[in-house]
Design a protein around this ligand. Structure first.
Ligand SMILES: [Fe+2]
Ligand SMILES: [Fe+2]
Length: 353
């Protein structure tokens, strides 16, 4: 094999799932066929002006967010830094955050390929194929921004990597959905929203706005695919899924911290991680990350008394009353509003069927 066609560094992950080759092409869920049509209509090219204007000047040492947002702001660790060191810190922290997006996107690319293989439903296979292209585009744009504009890429956070590994090695197709479409993408959507709405650098804001247009569909794909299937699960199967959600949520809330940045900059790592863990603003932000996950899990019928208690302990149960991603998609401006119960999307239904 020509060595220049193989990445210099990669890990082989052994997988265990079975591919489902369908004997019939019966359309099982009309909503998924409509989502497929919507996805085809909304493809975009991350390489093309004016969708993304890559000529935008980005100064990585100019702040991305107000300084008071940093977990160490106002502490002795912050006060002893020069302005130049603070600017460098902002640059490194942004590179760390976007690197986690990039690695998460690669995980989504691999997991979606597996879903296309494993799911026993033709509509889900076809829709899933559009998501594979979406995830490839997301890898492309974050990779480009990190290499071209920030010139720093951090390795994947160990907890995020272990969650991705768990999703990729599980043999059950629904666990791939639950882990990737509901948890990882739910978290990502909330984090993207923060970048889109509050970041002061316009290019990454625009990239993220475009990525989010796709991600809303992806999270809805999970809800639409699983909600009927999950009504058939046994009590022990529900329990297993609830434990997985709680454990993954706890790890993502408490362990997705910028340790690598403090280490690289020679700061007091343990003290800074501790500050980040307990900083009021950071805590609020990490809770907002669950604003998409909790309503979606509820929609899937998995908000059992045990998980309710778990979410309450994590301080995120209040999000249960927000609309699920599938409901957002049917709401005005969501893209499937014409198909909402009582809507008049007959023509498009025929198109999609
Ligand atoms: Fe993505
Ligand atoms: Fe996605």
């Amino acid at each position: 094999m020509a060595s220049d066609l193989v990445a210099k560094s990669f890990e082989s992950i052994e997988t265990t799932y079975n591919a489902a080759f369908l004997a019939d092409y019966e359309h099982l869920r009309g909503d998924l066929a409509r989502l497929y049509q919507l996805a085809k209509n909304n493809q975009w090219d991350g390489n093309n002006y004016p969708t993304i204007d890559w000529s935008t000047k980005v100064d990585p040492e100019k702040r991305f967010f107000p300084e008071e947002r940093a977990a160490i702001y106002g502490t002795k660790h912050w006060n002893k830094m020069t302005q130049k060191e603070r600017d460098r810190f902002g640059h490194e922290y942004m590179a760390w955050t976007l690197s986690q997006f990039l690695h998460g996107e690669q995980g989504a690319l691999l997991a979606t390929c597996q879903i296309v293989d494993a799911v026993p439903n033709i509509d889900a296979k076809l829709y899933g194929a559009t998501q594979v292209v979406d995830e490839a585009r997301h890898v492309e744009v974050y990779d480009r921004y990190l290499h071209q504009n920030l010139e720093i890429v951090y390795p994947v956070n160990p907890e995020l990597k272990s969650l991705l590994d768990q999703i990729l090695t599980d043999s059950r197709w629904d666990m791939k959905y639950l882990g990737m479409q509901s948890l990882v993408e739910g978290l990502a959507l909330a984090a993207f929203q923060m970048i889109r709405d509050t970041c002061e650098e316009p290019l990454i804001r625009e990239i993220t706005r475009m990525v989010m247009k796709d991600e809303t569909r992806h999270v809805a794909f999970g809800v639409l695919s699983l909600q009927d299937y999950y009504t058939q699960l046994s009590e022990s199967e529900v329990k297993e899924r609830v434990e997985f959600i709680y454990e993954a949520s706890r790890l993502m809330r408490d362990r997705l911290l910028g340790r690598d940045v403090y280490e690289k900059l020679g700061m007091d790592v343990d003290a800074c991680v501790e500050l980040e863990l307990h900083n009021e603003l950071q805590l609020q932000f990490r809770q907002i990350l669950f604003a998409k996950i909790v309503p979606n899990v509820k929609k899937l019928g998995l908000l059992t008394p045990d998980l309710r208690k778990g979410f309450e302990d994590l301080g995120v149960l209040e999000y249960e009353h927000l609309p699920s991603s599938e409901e957002e998609l049917y709401a005005p401006g969501g893209g499937l509003e014409d198909f909402a119960p009582g809507g008049n999307g007959e023509e498009a239904v025929q198109l999609a069927s």
